[in-house]
Design a protein around this ligand. Structure first.
Ligand SMILES: NC(=O)C1=CN([C@@H]2O[C@H](COP(=O)(O)OP(=O)(O)OC[C@H]3O[C@@H](n4cnc5c(N)ncnc54)[C@H](OP(=O)(O)O)[C@@H]3O)[C@@H](O)[C@H]2O)C=CC1
Ligand SMILES: CCCCC/C=C\CC(=O)/C=C/C=C/C=C/[C@@H](O)CCCC(=O)O
Length: 329
């Protein structure tokens, strides 16, 4: 019998998550039945969506939702062999049993030298979010100017690099000087620390005096209110996330966007990366190629130890991560 460790949501979040919202439990896993697999998590993802989705999808006592890279350690399913690595959506667990239906194998061309944790970030759901958000929502054209916030994160850092590959000028903002330096290192044309600029309006105007053709919004709130007034005519706004609001106990006002939307004939479109589930293979293949060619640089914020999952999650929400936040078990 294998004992799995799991993190459960002990108490729904009120405002910013706290360590006390979580409880670490042990579960004795049964012996495998025919067709089943036993897997061990090697890397687990902590993502912003877990904060709003927990209230919508979970009840207290449930195992926290989430994805992991896991290794097959025992198999009673001829389609899966011991030692193979997959991406699963089994939540915050060290070990789990699967019938194989909900597992995604890493791309067959995944090189041994490439960290498998990237399957949770640049060459995974966040990278695909950037890929489809730019390609299918922003529909960037060469020579256009793209703005992205939370730009040093899992999604934002890929947005900026893909926009560069696709011939755009890229402006990014992030919440620390180290992150701004990183953005310039990976090719952003302009980058600034939104926490220290005296005026966001001036910082955006200085970065691109002619304004923005595309705005890839990961943050929402006040930032969006300011940025929308600097969109060019017929600009496109991809509403990817609103992390500035996930921990609010009282909904923020605004942003009041109607006048610039009309006057500049803007298109603002919310999207979920899961809308392109049937094209994830296409995106992963492209992202893997760009990473191997060195055209897309990756950075991970690795937290060691399953026991530190809540701290890694809270840290990411506070902006302590540069690049994709993952937990190494
Ligand atoms: N629509 C979709 O399908 C998907 C949407 N998303 C969304 O994309 C966004 C980025 O996700 P992801 O790349 O995984 O996360 P990141 O790796 O970017 O980590 C979150 C970052 O958000 C920034 N942040 C946190 N709070 C605030 C705040 N109050 N104001 C401004 N910035 C803040 C911090 O960076 P900083 O230092 O810049 O403050 C923090 O590092 C999220 O909104 C997420 O919900 C992600 C995946 C799929
Ligand atoms: C409930 C309000 C939600 C408002 C928008 C919040 C977040 C947008 C966002 O971050 C969406 C992310 C989607 C991620 C999808 C990931 C899947 O691959 C796995 C989801 C995990 C699971 O369903 O178990």
């Amino acid at each position: 019998m294998v004992t799995a460790k799991v993190w459960v949501l002990k108490k729904h979040f009120e405002g910013f998550p706290k360590i006390s919202n979580f409880d670490l439990k042990e579960i004795e896993l049964p012996n495998l039945k025919d067709g089943e697999l036993l897997l061990q998590s090697v890397f687990l993802s902590v993502d912003p969506y877990m904060r709003p989705y927990s209230r919508r999808d979970m009840k207290e006592g449930d195992v926290m939702i989430g994805t992991q890279v896991a290794r097959i350690v025992e198999s009673k399913n001829p389609a899966f062999t011991v030692g193979v690595f997959v991406v699963a959506r089994s939540g915050w667990r060290t070990h789990f049993i699967s019938d194989g239906k909900d597992l995604q194998a890493l791309p067959s061309s995944w090189p041994e030298s490439l960290p498998r944790s990237l399957a949770l970030g640049t060459i995974g759901m966040p990278g695909l979010t950037a890929y489809f958000g730019l390609l299918e929502v922003c529909k960037t054209k060469p020579g256009e100017t793209v703005l992205v916030n939370a730009a040093a994160g899992a999604v934002g850092s890929v947005v900026g690099q893909l926009a560069k590959i696709w011939g755009c000028k890229v402006v990014g903002c992030a919440g620390s000087d180290d992150k701004v330096a990183y953005l310039k290192k990976i090719g952003f044309d302009e980058a600034f620390n939104y926490k220290t600029v005296t005026s966001l309006d001036e910082a955006l105007r200085k970065a691109s005096p002619d304004g923005y053709d595309c705005f890839f919004d990961n943050v929402g709130g006040e930032f969006a209110s300011v940025a929308i007034n600097q969109m060019k005519k017929y600009g496109r706004i991809a509403v990817c996330g609103a992390i500035s609001q996930y921990n609010d106990t009282v909904p923020q006002k605004g942003p009041y966007v109607q006048i610039p939307m009309i006057f500049k004939e803007l298109r603002m479109e919310g999207f979920l990366v899961t809308s392109w589930n049937n094209r994830w293979e296409e995106g992963l293949k492209a992202l893997l190629k760009w990473v191997m060619e060195g055209k897309v640089k990756c950075h991970e914020q690795v937290t060691e130890g399953f026991e530190n999952m809540p701290a890694a999650f809270i840290g990411m929400l506070k902006g302590e991560n540069l690049g994709k936040a993952v937990v190494k078990v």
